[in-house]
Design a protein around this ligand. Structure first.
Ligand SMILES: Cc1cc2nc3c(=O)[nH]c(=O)nc-3n(C[C@H](O)[C@H](O)[C@H](O)COP(=O)(O)OP(=O)(O)OC[C@H]3O[C@@H](n4cnc5c(N)ncnc54)[C@H](O)[C@@H]3O)c2cc1C
Length: 406
């Protein structure tokens, strides 16, 4: 179903369709720009590098990289509804969007809201052109859900911040050149008030160590998409403190709001494709007539449809220029719990084959094994399911606050 969202959006949809038909690069069709984290095979990535550069240039010329950012900072100022149309068209055409990871989705929006004009002018173009690649240094060994308790210390030394501590579960740290961290700069005030949001270069300008030692962590899927960092006296200019000294909590809340909201309006597209691929798999295995398999598939289908309708509801909210409410937590909880159960259904459906890894070097997994193992992470990152339940209970439903033990 394609929504009729009025003449302006129809003409925007046509513009994107024309762009895609004129610039389509066959070699990139079907490439998942997020595949790296899942550890999927990247054998032909070298061959695709040139095609990717051409595709980036075509998108950049139309300001279609970070297009949701305001035009004053290099984006196109696309609204939430326009972004949904854009994502839908790219998805329909099978072409990948060029996305700048956490720079685009987390740090950029936080700098746009909390940065100074000078910070916006310096940091944002470097995200758009791919110069700076960010990773998120929030979680620590003892502070994940309890983010406000972070212990990594930041001390002002002249016009620099000197940071010491440990961060963990940092997705893509091995691919990033800058880590955005939350660190404690005033230990003598209540915990939410003594934090600063600092962008720390992973290495010094001359390429030498900036006191950040990376240690890759392996996931149970076999991929190694994240690291822990031992930080000893890493230096960042005070210019890299976003939102002002000791004001990091507010900035971090903007970051987390963006992280949980995600691409809720088009989330169902990915899961819909995956669902129909599993139906094909069932047909191949001749299990599609088994009543229990049919029951599982029917459940999955209804969940994807619910996601689609939630996406439409969010679109309607955005089209009416209303701020989304607790949808971010509801959507995050819904897709992550769905996908975990879908992973179970998929490996049950493929049966004993699901226990045998594919041939080839390294710790390979096929897509159903990947869905089963990888989906476990979804209910943990960006705030666990329990934390989302708390947010929905307390902030959306107005239930009494969770009792604090001790
Ligand atoms: C794949 C993946 C990628 C990640 N990437 C990043 C990243 O890039 N950067 C980053 O900073 N972090 C990242 N994380 C870390 C993630 O944010 C934390 O794992 C998460 O916030 C939970 O924190 P924790 O692991 O310390 O668990 P804890 O906070 O110790 O929680 C343990 C258990 O207790 C429950 N719990 C905790 N507090 C409450 C409460 N108040 N009420 C009810 N139950 C509660 C939790 O739900 C959980 O089940 C990633 C995690 C994963 C799995």
């Amino acid at each position: 179903m394609e929504l009729d969202l009025g003449p302006e959006l129809r003409s925007f949809r046509d513009e994107i369709r024309t762009f895609l038909s004129e610039h389509r690069i066959e070699q990139l069709a079907g490439v998942d720009p997020l595949a790296g984290f899942a550890g999927q095979a990247e054998e032909d990535s070298e061959n695709r590098a040139e095609a990717w550069r051409q595709w980036e240039a075509a998108l950049a010329s139309e300001r279609l990289i970070c297009p949701q950012w305001p035009s004053e900072v290099g984006g196109r100022g696309l609204s939430g509804v326009e972004m949904a149309v854009l994502n839908e068209e790219f998805d329909r055409d099978g072409m990948p969007r060029v996305m700048r990871g956490m720079g685009e989705s987390l740090v950029g929006p936080s700098i746009i809201v909390h940065g100074t004009d000078e910070q916006r002018a310096h940091f944002l173009p470097r995200i758009i052109d791919g110069t700076d690649r960010y990773c998120q240094g929030f979680s620590e060994p003892d502070h994940g859900s309890d983010l406000a308790g972070v212990e990594t210390r930041g001390v002002v030394d002249g016009d620099e911040m000197v940071v010491t501590g440990q961060k963990v579960w940092t997705s893509g740290a091995h691919l990033a050149n800058t880590i955005f961290t939350l660190c404690r700069t005033d230990p003598d005030v209540p915990k939410h008030r003594g934090l600063s949001y600092v962008l720390i270069p992973m290495t010094r300008a001359d390429g030498s160590s900036n006191g950040i030692e990376l240690q890759p962590l392996r996931q149970m899927s076999g991929a190694s998409g994240f690291c822990q960092e031992f930080i000893e006296g890493a230096r960042a200019p005070l210019f890299n403190v976003i939102g002002g000294l000791h004001n990091g909590w507010r900035v971090a809340m903007t970051t987390l709001g963006n992280e949980r909201g995600g691409r809720a309006t088009t989330m169902h597209l990915r899961y819909e494709r995956e669902f129909w691929d599993l139906v094909d798999e069932a047909r191949k295995q001749s299990s599609h007539t088994d009543p229990l398999v049919r029951q599982d598939l029917a459940w999955a289908y209804t969940q994807v449809e619910i996601m689609r309708y939630s996406g439409l509801r969010l679109l309607a909210t955005l089209a009416a220029k209303r701020e989304p409410g607790p949808e971010a937590s509801i959507n995050k909880l819904f897709w992550s719990e769905y996908h975990k159960r879908f992973g179970n259904i998929a490996v049950n459906l493929v049966g004993a084959q699901g226990m045998i890894r594919p041939e080839g070097p390294g710790y390979r997994t096929d897509r159903w094994q990947q869905a089963f193992l990888g989906s476990r992470a979804g209910t943990i990152f960006s705030g666990t399911s329990e934390i989302q339940h708390n947010i929905i209970g307390e902030r959306a439903l107005g239930l009494p606050k969770e009792p604090v033990v001790g």
